[in-house]
Ligand binder design. Structure first.
Ligand code: FMN
Length: 305
């Protein structure tokens, strides 16, 4: 799979492919690797892990929609210690670079997870800034000061490359992206799910036990692309991983043109765990169609009207 046509880079990270499996949609990567070909992927991101185990929310926590889905899993995870002892030892056998994903309810918790993930074999760590900060119930990525504090603490706790993952609802994404880059993030992941809410007309209840959840899938693409576009335009030095609604090779090209150096695929892999081979085939076709000799020449190459 290694090929200069498809290889890309994210600061210090070299990737054999611009397609990455998104956190929370491929389990701890190991389960998914039993049923899917890893060759199309440049990396796979494990489910976010917190300093302590989180039980997640009560069911129902997933709701398929006409386009995409809502989830309110509540970031169920086994906690750092079990992750390190049970999940990390499998990483070398998976055939794909695995990234960790850190989540916590306070700055110190993020740093603890980053430190604990270092040395486990993960190639990078995403910092999930798109979860609520329980101290004041605001998402970390809504607040530039909090985002800076988390990224600074995490980069002080590990030498691994750090990716800051923002919410598409972030009111000032360029400002938050800037402080994350200044604080040492090697790349930005744009974006996580959008806030969403659904109602079951039969039961008159919300679709999710927690009410508001995260919307993902095809309808998210224009929202995430907007964030990629604005950050790439205003902050040309930022290294961007696009994420939101990627289902086809054409979607990958759209994110590259808007300014992403790689893309993550989430909801598509839940419905079609083997989608990587298809998306890669489509991407090769798109590259031929565009006369592109490398993926990287398309990054940010959108034309003005
Ligand atoms: C069921 C589910 C669980 C998720 N869990 C996480 C998570 O633990 N950490 C995280 O950073 N993102 C999580 N996400 C967000 C995805 O990684 C991705 O950012 C989002 O779904 C948008 O991409 P998509 O439209 O391709 O699915 C989850 C998404 C879904 C659908």
């Amino acid at each position: 799979m290694a090929s200069s046509l498809l290889s890309t880079g994210l600061g210090p990270l070299a990737l054999r492919s611009p397609i990455i499996a998104a956190s929370g949609t491929v389990g701890s990567v190991w389960e998914w690797a039993q049923v899917a070909d890893m060759a199309p992927f440049g990396a796979a991101v494990a489910k976010s892990v917190a300093p302590e185990p989180w039980p997640g929310r009560e069911p129902p926590r997933l709701a398929p929609l006409a386009t995409g889905m809502l989830n309110g899993i509540g970031i169920q995870n086994p906690g750092l210690d079990r992750w390190v002892s049970e999940i990390a030892p499998r990483i070398p056998t998976l055939g794909v670079p695995v990234w960790g994903s850190a989540v916590a309810v306070d700055v110190a918790g993020f740093a603890r997870v980053a430190e604990g993930l270092s040395g486990t074999g993960v190639a990078a760590i995403e910092v999930n800034l798109s979860c609520p900060n329980l101290d004041d119930d605001v998402m970390f990525s809504f607040d530039p000061m909090l985002s800076r504090a988390v990224v600074e603490a995490v980069t002080a706790a590990t030498t691994l490359p750090i990716g800051a993952k923002l919410s598409p609802n972030t009111p000032n994404p360029v400002e938050v992206a800037r402080v994350c880059v200044d604080a040492g993030a090697a790349f930005l992941v744009l974006t996580n799910t959008a806030l969403g809410y659904g109602v079951d007309s039969q039961t008159r209840r919300p679709l999710l036990s927690g009410g508001v959840g995260g919307y993902s899938g095809p309808g998210l693409k224009p929202l995430s692309l907007r964030v990629v576009h604005e950050v790439a335009t205003e902050l040309p030095e930022a290294v961007i991983v696009g994420c939101g609604g990627v289902a086809t090779g054409s979607d990958v090209v759209e994110y590259l043109l808007a300014g992403a150096s790689a893309v993550e695929v989430g909801t598509t892999l839940l419905a079609e765990p083997g989608a990587g081979s298809r998306i890669m085939r489509e991407l090769r076709h798109q590259l031929r169609r565009l006369g592109a000799e490398t993926v990287t020449e398309l990054v940010g190459a959108v034309k003005p009207w």
